[in-house]
Ligand binder design. Structure first.
Ligand code: SF4
Ligand code: SF4
Length: 210
């Protein structure tokens, strides 16, 4: 499964550069808008499979851990949770002003791509996914209503917490009261990392029940 998912990510990566080189960045934004509607049903599949930032953040996190650069701390300024909306507002303003005043297309996607890598060199990917990313803010809004998602069969969960360790967005947690894992589908990227590592096959994709 890992190889199939990585292949899908690489294909979307190639598609992005094809569209950029051919001056069709608007098509990528159209793809993003479609993904918001899909998130209402299938969850944040854009984030887990299509998003270039996520695709680059995966090897970046690996490098960061190898070089011992990563900290589990979260910058205090981000903790309020408003920053993704500020990022979104600033990004939209820059796109509009650049177009109207300078008659240029502001390279918003490449800029966020670089920022996502730089931030992930230092912080856990959840910091960027949940507390900075402007696209993630919208995906979170729609993903919270997802009908289908990765979901946990609590009867099969043995409280090993392996899933918590591999989740890039801190979307799965073992709760102290019942000692069972549960997924927050609004921040789940549907990446399947947790499903792949779960020793009891307690996690599966289907109608959300947590
Ligand atoms: S990896 Fe599976 S069994 Fe272990 S805590 Fe997570 S859901 Fe439960
Ligand atoms: S590891 Fe599991 S809970 Fe975390 S983002 Fe991926 S699919 Fe969602």
């Amino acid at each position: 499964m890992k190889y199939i998912i990585n292949t899908i990510r690489i294909l979307f990566f190639a598609l992005f550069f094809y569209l950029m080189i051919n001056g069709k960045a608007a098509l990528w934004l159209a793809l993003f808008l479609v993904s918001l509607v899909l998130a209402l049903v299938f969850g944040r599949i854009y984030c887990g499979y299509v998003c270039l930032m996520n695709t680059l953040m995966i090897p970046t996190e690996w490098i960061s851990k190898k070089l011992k650069l990563q900290t589990r701390n979260t910058p205090r300024i981000l903790k309020s949770g408003y920053f993704p909306w500020i990022s979104l507002a600033v990004s939209v303003a820059l796109i509009i002003i650049s177009k109207r005043v300078l008659q240029i297309d502001f390279p918003i996607l490449p800029i966020w791509l670089v920022l996502s890598v730089l931030i992930t060199l230092r912080y856990h990917p959840a910091v960027f996914h949940n507390l900075i990313c402007p696209f993630g803010a919208l995906q979170k809004l729609f993903g919270r209503f997802a009908r289908f998602s990765e979901t946990v069969d609590k009867d099969a969960c043995i409280n090993c917490k392996l899933c918590e360790k591999v989740c890039p967005s801190n979307a799965i947690m073992v709760y102290p009261v019942d000692k069972k894992a549960a997924i927050n589908k609004s921040i789940c990227l549907q990446c399947t990392n947790c499903r792949q590592i779960c020793p009891t096959k307690a996690i599966s994709y289907g109608k959300f029940t947590n």
